[in-house]
Design a protein around this ligand. Structure first.
Ligand SMILES: [Ca+2]
Length: 120
């Protein structure tokens, strides 16, 4: 487990710099109001609380700060967004969410999101 986590950390470190350029991340003012129209939004904790990140673009890896921490989400786009357990959209998405859908608490796949992809 520790070894897997370390490998993952090393892997994400290389893409972190690029990811931060377009990923809006922050901890201030938690809550669903953080999520702007047109964005796919994720939070570290249930009920849209804790660390937050959002993007209108595909994210092959959300970065080490948010990797494997997503517990709630809101798809505030007008299209489907799929969530992936692995970086670079490898494997099948573990969930695809319709436009406008949200969840205050992911049940079966809590803390597994690494990337997400927009399907316009
Ligand atoms: Ca979490």
């Amino acid at each position: 487990m520790i070894r897997r986590r370390l490998a993952r950390t090393l892997m994400t470190a290389s893409v972190l710099v690029g990811a931060l350029a377009t990923l809006n991340a922050g901890t201030a003012q938690a809550g669903s109001s953080q999520c702007k129209a047109g964005q796919f939004c994720i939070w570290e904790n249930s009920s849209y609380q804790g660390m937050f990140a959002s993007s209108q673009y595909d994210k092959s890896n959300v970065g080490s700060a948010m990797n494997d921490r997503t517990t709630s989400f809101w798809n505030r786009t007008d299209h489907t967004v799929c969530m992936y357990e692995n970086s670079n959209f490898q494997g099948e998405p573990f969930a695809c969410t319709a436009a406008g859908s949200s969840s205050p608490a992911l049940k079966s796949r809590n803390d597994t999101l690494t990337g997400f992809k927009h399907f316009r």
